[in-house]
Ligand binder design. Sequence first.
Ligand code: CA
Length: 563
Amino acid sequence: MKKPLFILLFFILCTSSWAQSTQAPTTKRPNIVFIMSDDHAYQAISAYSNRLIETPNIDRIAKMGMRFTNATVTNSICAPSRATILTGKHSHLNGKIDNDFPFDTTNVTFPQLFQEAGYQTAMFGKLHFGNAPKGFDQYKILPGQGSYYNPDFITKNEGNIRVEGYVTDIITDMTLDWLKEERNPSDPFLLFYLHKAPHREWLPAERHLEEFTQRTFPEPATLFDDYSGRGRAAKEAEMNLLKHLHWSGDSKIYPSVMKELGIPGTSNWDTLAFSREVGRLTPQQRANWDKSYDLVNASFKSSFPSMDEKEKMQWRYQRYMQDYLGTIRAVDENVGRVLDYLEANNLMDNTLIVYTSDQGFYLGEHGWYDKRFVYDESFKTPLLVAWPGKIAPGSTSSTMVQNLDYAQTFLEAAGIPAPADMQGESLLPLLTGNSESWTRDAVYYHYYEYPAVHMVKRHYAVVTEQYKLVHYYYDVDEWELIDRIKDPQELRNVYEDPAYAPVVAELHRKLEELRKQYGDSAEISQGYLDTYLDRLEKNPAYGTNAEVTKKLLEERKKSRKEQ
Ligand code: CA
């Protein structure tokens, strides 16, 4: 069909439907269901790899639509990622650079635009900002990190409530209740369905404890990484499974057993984290919980005294995976409940469904848990997008896309103009098979929270499908080049290798181009660092590593005197 004729036909169709009913164009706008979990590594979704766990329900979204294999974040940490998703802007512009900086509520977030355009908007689950979400007709959110067992919620209409049960089930119940009872079926909706799981401290539902606490999982190839091929940032990070996990809070070793075996807590936080979560269980729930963890503790008590360091690491990896993957089983079951509801109520055909996480996560790769680094397992995030009739079923894309792009994607899908200062790109051309118009071949990354928990140094990077050029710029001045194709495990910094000199030069050029394009600079970084260090002077505990924090604050004092 030739274009003018097509446009004419479209015009006739639109105007005739307007003539029949003024509601017709509105009802055609797609619903958006945005499903996001917290810290869900793509390694733990069977659409990506079934080495660790089967996730048949999450995989249904991949089967219906597109699976992205190079989806990434701009700043791999919880609240900043959420701020980027909502604003479509990099951290240095939306201001939410780390978990502690408050979110500036004068930012325009895309749900506000949906609400103004007549969409019904609702959010259930974990937002992880200090603020109530703007632009939502209805919300029930967890305060801060929230709790796994018998959680509290901040609600729009009922004040603060506590609900008995398991957090993943409850968030889903709230979501389904809204879909069934509160939603007006004649208008399109934007639904945020946000899981707390699988965030630390990884507490599975009672029904999954028995199975998961007894399972064994394959180890990653880099579990015993000694960081010899990289610089100080990797060596000095505090997220090693053996050295930095809490025995009690994370591995669920009872404080009494630790005492008996003479294991010191890694911090006061260690046993506190345990009692904070487990202390919420009712006596009946606690009895069920103990059935599984009594066995874990009994077996640990008998085997720990003879374990060498390697065996301790292996034990901690298994314990970590048992609980982490146990929480994912409940996420998968519950995603299935929502998909079943959409299917049974004819909502699939006009609904764009996304499954993602706020970032990736280390599942023992490099010996680590947690995120923050630009290395793949935390930089990349799962991204599955279904929209029946629009996106080819079972398709994949290896294009470099980012959480920065979601806002503009949803706005375009809904036919709502995006503000000119949003910095992403709509993914619709990729999703609908029109990728010729896509020109971006590199993405920008910037992580800030240091010195702080896990001690990952500040760094920014440019990443292409082939390479990563990284600059660790504070407390150190180190450049790193990773060859993503030849070194997929990211074990060797080849920045100084003469063979890569042309690549280094080209990537420096690209990095400067991106920093200019996105409006980031050394001055802006210094401004955020100064604000952070001012705060740290008042509260050095936030630096977590007392020795390093003291050293950095003294260096700052000295340089002030010299100026
Ligand atoms: Ca997170």
